[in-house]
Design a protein around this ligand. Structure first.
Ligand SMILES: [Zn+2]
Length: 188
């Protein structure tokens, strides 16, 4: 989805100390990201547009943090999201997809403000039509990857059980071993 992929552009060194690597600052990454999401923009962001992009990311992050903590976003944040969406415009097209019809929305405009509106709309659509209570932030404090928990019992704690899940298991094991060996030292 557009919203979580955008949020995760703030990449953390999940294996190490959580150091932040902001991928929005990497022009090649940004070009690929625009292409991957079939967005259309005719230039790389200006310094002013970068600031606006990062402000949007901070806003979405605040909304996500509220939902992940079983709370809801503030009125101000919803209003700010609406303001970003007001810059967008779409055309609707009915398309036949084998057995059924589908209504497609295509963004018009090639400015960064239009892309921002699409990102905000993707978040708004999930809040309205999805289950925002399934929004999670990875439990590895050095990762903080944002994701949507689509498991049946809503029990997903890590972005990836094989990566962060395993890493945290190893860390807990080592911490227990350390406690055990410290106790042992005290006995002597
Ligand atoms: Zn993680």
């Amino acid at each position: 989805m557009l919203w979580d992929d955008f949020l995760n552009s703030l990449h953390h060194d999940w294996r190490g100390d959580g150091a932040i690597d902001d991928r929005l600052d990497q022009p090649e990454w940004l070009d690929q990201w625009v292409e991957k999401h079939q967005l259309s923009v005719d230039h790389r962001p200006s310094p002013k547009e970068f600031i606006a992009l990062k402000q949007l990311r901070t806003l979405l992050h605040r909304i996500v943090t509220d939902f992940a903590a079983n709370s809801s976003p503030s009125e101000e944040d919803i209003e700010a999201l609406n303001k970003v969406m007001a810059d967008g415009a779409v055309i609707r097209q009915l398309a036949r997809n084998s057995e059924r019809y589908q209504l497609n929305l295509y963004a018009i405009g090639h400015q960064w403000s239009h892309i921002q509106a699409e990102i905000a709309a993707s978040m708004a659509q999930l809040i309205a039509e999805g289950e925002p209570s399934r929004i999670r932030i990875c439990d590895n404090p050095n990762c903080l990857w944002v994701y949507y928990d689509d498991t049946r019992n809503r029990s997903k704690r890590y972005c990836d059980d094989k990566l962060c899940g395993n890493l945290m298991k190893v860390r807990r094991f080592r911490a227990r071993q350390k406690v055990a060996s410290d106790l042992h030292k005290h006995e002597h």
